[in-house]
Design a protein around this ligand. Structure first.
Ligand code: BGC
Length: 364
């Protein structure tokens, strides 16, 4: 009898908790029920500026945070000691009481302790551009669809190769991003979903034999690492053969790879990229780099701030569940934006509305 009463009591308790959970305005989606309101501070922790998109992100966030009526606390990790620097910055944001913390991770697998502290403080945690791994303490992920980025790159590589030489086999090499960036594997997996069948049927030949992420990644997304790997491969595997194409995960690395092919006296390979960096647009327009991807950083920052504004207004943000955003502990509910493939053919059109890029495309 006694037991029965206890069971009954705990059912009531659980029902009560569930109700509290439902009615807590969804503020942070957290159990703490704390919610953000206009005038509160939003912390933005960004990684080192390894590519132009990160350089643009800080100013884009400042503008959209202030326009939405919040205060901005924006910090970049230093180029060296990036991980510990970012960990310290996030802990500082928690201590200061920032109500939402947006993180572009320097190393997505090393922020477990910091995001746990953020959640405990009642802040909403948003992974931005790069996912944060192996933790349940991340509420949302705002990014471009990274798998799609990889697919677009791979299809562009195939198109470029076909335009160069009507039939294969084509000699190619593969490059991926940094293993500490969760995006890098997703980009690569997206690309390989398109390229692997073509490698299997003999259309594409990876002459170096290096086809796994482990073999083709570029530590730190650093240009010099991609350049030296390319030089190495050219010396070892391309003395008597031509290199037709290269899968490059971004523009910075594409330019580094092109430096290596040029130094080795190779004719210009069909090469992909990403980020629509100002240094690469002229190369796209003159045919040196075949393609890039346009991911509008301003829109990406705005999407994160719109999400925070929704929470502040007590609205439930619209999110999707994409298995590519499984961080090892959960599929992080995401706001996913659509990346655009850019080649010489559509550049002017694709960059409409972005004065700097459009002008560069028009200059040809
Ligand atoms: C971003 C890319 C960028 C790369 C290197 C990735 O996480 O999504 O746009 O090229 O980092 O900075």
């Amino acid at each position: 009898m006694r037991k029965k009463i206890l069971v009954g009591a705990s059912v009531v308790l659980i029902a009560g908790l569930a109700l509290t959970g439902c009615s807590s305005r969804g503020g942070s989606g957290s159990d703490s029920g704390a919610s953000i309101k206009k005038g509160d501070t939003i912390g933005v922790a960004l990684p080192a500026k390894t590519s132009q998109n990160w350089v643009l992100a800080g100013a884009a966030f400042k503008k959209s945070i202030e326009a939405a009526g919040f205060k901005a606390d924006i910090q970049y990790a230093a180029a060296t000691g990036t991980v510990s620097d970012q960990q310290g910055q996030i802990s500082g944001m928690v201590t200061k009481g920032d109500k939402a913390i947006i993180i572009g991770a320097a190393d997505g697998s090393q922020l477990g302790t910091q995001v746990k502290a953020a959640k405990t403080s009642g802040a909403t945690v948003i992974a931005w551009d790069r996912n944060i791994l192996n933790t349940k303490n991340v509420d949302y992920y705002v990014a471009f669809n990274n798998y799609k980025v990889g697919q677009l790159q791979a299809n562009a590589l195939l198109d470029g190769l076909k335009a160069k030489k009507s039939s294969g086999p084509y000699n190619i090499e593969l490059f991926a991003g940094s293993p500490d960036d969760a995006n890098a594997t997703v980009f690569f997996n997206g690309a390989m979903s398109v390229l692997q069948p073509k490698i299997d049927d003999g259309t594409l030949k990876v002459v170096s034999g290096q086809t796994t992420f482990k073999q083709v990644n570029t530590q730190g997304w650093l240009a010099q690492n991609a350049q030296s790997r390319m030089s190495d491969i050219l010396t070892k595997s391309y003395t008597d053969t031509d290199l037709d194409g290269v899968l490059s995960p971004n523009d910075t690395l594409a330019r580094a790879i092109l430096t290596a092919t040029k130094a080795a006296g190779k004719s210009n390979p069909v090469i992909t990229g990403q980020d629509s960096e100002t240094a690469s647009i002229p190369l796209i327009m003159n045919g040196t780099q075949y393609s890039t991807i346009y991911k509008n950083t301003t829109e990406e920052a705005q999407a994160a701030i719109d999400l925070v504004s929704d929470l502040a207004a007590g609205k439930t943000p619209k999110t999707t569940k994409d298995k590519n955003n499984d961080n090892g502990a959960k599929i992080v509910p995401a706001v996913e934006l659509t990346p655009i493939l850019v080649t010489k053919e559509n550049a002017v059109e694709a960059y409409k509305g972005n004065d700097t890029l459009e002008a560069l495309a028009k200059q040809g």
